[in-house]
Design a protein around this ligand. Structure first.
Ligand SMILES: C[S@@+](CC[C@H](N)C(=O)[O-])C[C@H]1O[C@@H](n2cnc3c(N)ncnc32)[C@H](O)[C@@H]1O
Length: 145
């Protein structure tokens, strides 16, 4: 997250919390569902404990950034932003395909970046959070075009 300048979820649970309940209540191969998943601590822990998981999150920005948990640490900033904006643009991110292929930025992700950037560019005054969002969009645009 630091690499991209994106802000993480503000209220992450410690991994020990879902770990305790997943171990206590489920066996390997069981399905774990978190309907308020935030940064998806639950899904990440469930995966590491060999459970299946489904996570649901209202805020697409939190859902998109949670994908970083499942991507290798050494991915470039461009690849991370590609994954992030592809999800925000509504593209399914199949991680193995993403890693195996050329990681070309899909048109939907480019369109998303341009329209979000345009919307912020046209605002008179930006709040602090919007300024940092614009910086990330500008960075993505510089990588994608
Ligand atoms: C306390 S946070 C969860 C944090 C999470 N356990 C973690 O470790 O990152 C609760 C999350 O529920 C989401 N949320 C609130 N209402 C929701 C709803 N109706 N459906 C899905 N998610 C919702 C919020 O956007 C927020 O990210």
């Amino acid at each position: 997250m630091q690499k991209t300048g994106l802000k993480g979820h503000p209220a992450r649970f410690p991994a020990k919390l879902p770990e305790f309940f997943i171990k206590y209540l489920t066996d390997k191969g069981d399905l774990v569902v978190d309907i308020f998943s935030g940064s998806n601590t639950t899904g990440y822990v469930a995966e590491s404990l060999k459970r299946k998981w489904i996570s649901i999150e209202l805020d697409p920005y939190y859902a998109a950034i949670s994908s970083f948990r499942f991507l290798p640490n050494n991915l470039s900033e461009k690849d991370l932003l590609n994954a992030y904006f592809s999800i925000l643009a509504g593209k399914e991110l199949k991680i193995m395909d993403f890693l195996m292929n050329t990681r070309e930025v899909p048109r939907e992700a480019k369109d998303f970046v341009l329209s979000e950037k345009l919307a912020l560019d046209n605002r008179d005054k930006l709040k602090k959070a919007e300024k940092s969002k614009l910086q990330v969009l500008e960075k993505a645009a510089s990588f994608f075009f």
